[in-house]
Design a protein around this ligand. Structure first.
Ligand code: NAD
Length: 488
């Protein structure tokens, strides 16, 4: 049985309350360990430690800070097989996907470490010849990083990497479904020699300590990846402290297959876009819009490929993360059938393997824009398909007609349509004739209720630093010509 403690000011700490939460292995349905439930007192201690450590951390140059990140990368690389195994155990990822996530962690950390030399401010002219304004890029201070369970290692790297390079210190609050992955990474940071207090870990339930952490006056920036509802709650709570917010929230990606598309390619990419991480991805295809001329042919192709999927960590698709998620996904299918959808494949728990939270890959046809399955995020291996007419403008309107605006997909051989979509689609990401996921050098950002600000790329790193202005005047009389009382 695994046990995850808190990490505060450079030490592993047992929760004073003695309270632990249970973690269930999603592939077996059995308890695999327990994790500390931080109290408000421990939340305070973690934030205080980060606050106290920040001044010295900021005093290092960004290149000096990046050296710690390079050491962290070395620690991860030395032991990457154990992180892969942990992701398989904790989330139920197929081995290939676990290995891909570990690679993504390293790639992102490398990107941020390399970026250290590129955090540059500006010197701009002042209001007179002998005046200059230094625009310095400075850290916010203490960053609260709240992470989800679906990519529990990559999401930590994506937040902690730029926060640290930028000179901030961190309190990490991972999902209760994936406390061990977060703990594993924090232990590697400890081994990499980060000074005490620079990285802290407060495991616990968002519903118990979330509001407390997100309204704590010593927190200056909150970066959350999670559901849109959680983002709304965090925004409300953080309004009392005016914290800067980076919110990476839910998605409802449209996947458009036009009449001239390479159908084989589109079907292959959809296998990834729908079944990667069992559909539990913010960029997962969630709305399938298929041109009327190729509707039946494309669904047939996709169905044939879907039938070949093998479930289980040694197969192609893992389980859902927990029982609640399983019920939620199944309810989507039931509601869609009630609303007139037709299940072409799946639509239930599989006969095997075992007692885990597996759900069959599921394809539903006869879906339309008004149905719940096209409005709300499913977050599972279920997709609805809608037949669309030969009117590209109308399809772009359908795609844009969503509360969410994170990822979108378009398959067509017509470059004019690709360019039209590039200009008219209102999503943070458009993948054209190719699979994702997003790259470290691309800016991951959502429109509408998918969030605000963003991560990765130059723009993403710059979210973690603020611009401070220093006014300089080297003239003999800086007051000359200024409006300064007394006037008479
Ligand atoms: P979630 O919102 O349930 O939880 C995310 C984190 O927020 C967890 O650590 C949780 O403990 C914490 N939390 C919950 N309530 C809180 C509160 N009131 N205050 C502070 N923290 C609180 O999300 P999840 O189920 O872990 O993850 C799945 C969701 O994440 C999906 O909606 C998915 O689309 C989204 N997601 C988005 C991106 C992106 O980049 N946009 C990436 C991955 C996942």
């Amino acid at each position: 049985m695994r046990e995850q403690l808190l990490f505060i000011d450079g030490e592993w700490v047992t929760p004073e309350s003695g309270r632990f939460g249970e973690k269930v292995n999603p592939s077996t349905g059995e308890v695999s360990g327990r994790f500390a439930l931080a109290t408000r007192k421990e939340a305070d201690e973690a934030i205080d430690a980060a606050y106290a450590a920040q001044r010295k951390w900021e005093a290092l140059t960004s290149v000096e800070r990046s050296k710690y990140i390079y050491r962290l990368i070395q620690e991860i690389e030395k032991d990457r097989a154990s992180l892969e195994s942990l992701l398989i155990e904790e989330v139920g990822k197929p081995r290939k996907e676990a290995a891909q996530e570990v690679e993504g962690v390293i790639d992102q950390l490398q990107y941020y470490a390399e970026f250290a030399r590129k955090i540059t401010g500006d010197v701009v002219e002042g209001t007179k010849r002998e005046r200059l304004i230094l625009q310095l890029k400075v850290p916010y201070g203490v960053v609260l990083a709240i992470t989800p369970w679906n990519f529990p290692a990559a999401m930590v790297a994506r937040k902690v990497g730029p926060a640290l390079v930028g000179g901030n210190t961190v309190v990490l609050k991972p999902s209760s479904d994936t406390p061990f992955t977060a703990g594993w990474l924090v232990e590697k940071a400890r081994r990499a020699g980060f000074p005490a207090g620079v990285v802290n870990l407060a495991t616990g339930k968002g519903s118990e300590i979330g509001d407390y952490l997100t309204s704590h006056k010593k927190v200056s920036l909150i970066t959350l990846t999670g559901e849109t509802g959680t983002g709304v709650q965090v925004m409300k709570s953080a309004s009392s402290i005016m914290a800067k917010l980076i919110l990476e929230l839910g998605g409802k990606a449209p996947f458009i297959v036009w009449k001239d598309a390479d159908l084989e390619l589109a079907a292959k990419v959809l296998m990834w876009a729908k079944y990667w991480n069992a559909g539990q991805s913010c960029i997962a295809a969630e709305r399938l819009y298929i041109h009327q001329d190729v509707y039946d042919r494309f669904l047939q192709l996709f169905l044939e490929k879907t039938r070949r999927l093998r479930l289980g960590p040694n197969g192609d698709m893992g389980p859902l993360i927990n029982g609640q998620q399983l019920s939620k996904v199944n309810k989507f299918v039931e509601d869609t059938v009630t609303e007139g959808g037709k299940v072409l494949y799946g639509g239930r728990k599989p006969d095997s393997p075992g007692n885990g939270f597996f759900y069959m890959p599921t394809i539903i046809s006869n879906v339309d824009q008004g149905m719940r399955i096209f409005r709300e995020e499913v977050f599972g291996p279920v997709i609805g398909a809608m037949k669309v007419p030969d009117d590209f403008d109308q399809v772009i309107d359908l795609a844009n007609d969503s509360d969410y605006g994170l990822a979108s997909y378009l398959f067509t051989r017509d470059s004019a349509l690709v360019l039209k979509a590039a200009q008219e689609i209102k999503f943070g990401e458009l993948y054209t004739n190719m699979p994702g996921p997003e790259a470290s050098q691309g800016y991951h950002t959502g429109f509408r209720m998918s969030g605000q600000a963003g991560e990765n790329s130059r723009y993403g790193v710059e979210e973690y630093v603020k611009v401070k202005n220093v006014y300089l005047d080297y003239s003999k009389d800086p007051t000359s010509g200024e409006v300064i009382p007394p006037y008479s």
